[in-house]
Design a protein around this ligand. Sequence first.
Ligand SMILES: Nc1nc2c(ncn2[C@@H]2O[C@H](COP(=O)(O)OP(=O)(O)OP(=O)(O)O)[C@@H](O)[C@H]2O)c(=O)[nH]1
Length: 304
Amino acid sequence: MKSLLKLHTLTLLGLAFVANLGLQVYLATGQIKTWAEINWTDVAGEGGSAVLALAWLIMLLHSRPAGRVTRLLALGLACVFFSWWMDTLDEFIQLPELAVWDNWLETAPMPIGLLLLTLGIYHLNQEQRAISQQMSKREKGFREHRLFDKLTPLGAAEYLRQQVQLALGHAQAEQQPLSLVVVDLDDFNTINQRYGQAEGDAVLQAMAQLLLLNLRRQDLLCRLAGDRFVAVLPNTGETQARMIAEELQQAVASLAHKTAQHGERVHLRASTGTVMAFDEDAEQLLKRLNLNLAKTKQQLPRCA
Ligand SMILES: Nc1nc2c(ncn2[C@@H]2O[C@H](COP(=O)(O)OP(=O)(O)OP(=O)(O)O)[C@@H](O)[C@H]2O)c(=O)[nH]1
């Protein structure tokens, strides 16, 4: 309540001043009614409405940040309150028969207040729409964020599937070849075991950077899972894809990654696989790519 008073002192003081001014004008020009002359049903109806309008105003000021919408709604409610307040006052104070100005004081603020409230609600509606748009953008951003790998700056498996599907569409439309290359570290598990998970993470991050450096601008690199990376190569036939795979394999073997703890060189080796797209969907193409890699892996001598 204290903070509410601090923030909206002027509004509330202004309203208290105007309400008091109305009371003083009525007291100066009229006469206080006797108990018997007071219509208590009117007092309850008009006074109750005034109290409610004041309660709405306080709740509004308490819950909304300062700004145009709050100003319009607050002013509107203040006018409505004032109108009902003056209405209530004349239940207690008898004004001269000939006075007409009191009608203006009671009636005029009401339509002005309702007009301001309408304007306020209109702008509130606009404000809500803008907020909803912002929220849905954020939600989309969040959903897309989930498509990206947390360790490397690369797209993750779902993103890869989506991009392969798109690339297949483009390749078909442009009658151009499309190939995929998979690069998978050999015995990566041993690196984790020997140097720890954190060092394993560092190796995967270095791998991502290294592969990116060795690919062309038009290629897209994603992390399919664990130590498995897939590059989507547009406008690339099988022979060229094999050459790129070979280069990537050599780059991995030449990488002199040093451990963070003792600066020890970690010797890396990778197996690769390639596929060129035919008349198939992303799922089938990736399956073929994984099978191709599995065949290569089978031929590897197993490390102890
Ligand atoms: N440090 C680290 N390890 C991971 C991450 N994701 C998966 N791994 C580990 O990577 C290892 C992958 O094991 P495997 O699929 O057997 O691969 P590999 O040891 O390279 O064996 P081959 O591929 O057959 O040569 C598992 O031990 C996983 O726990 C990660 O984000 N960080």
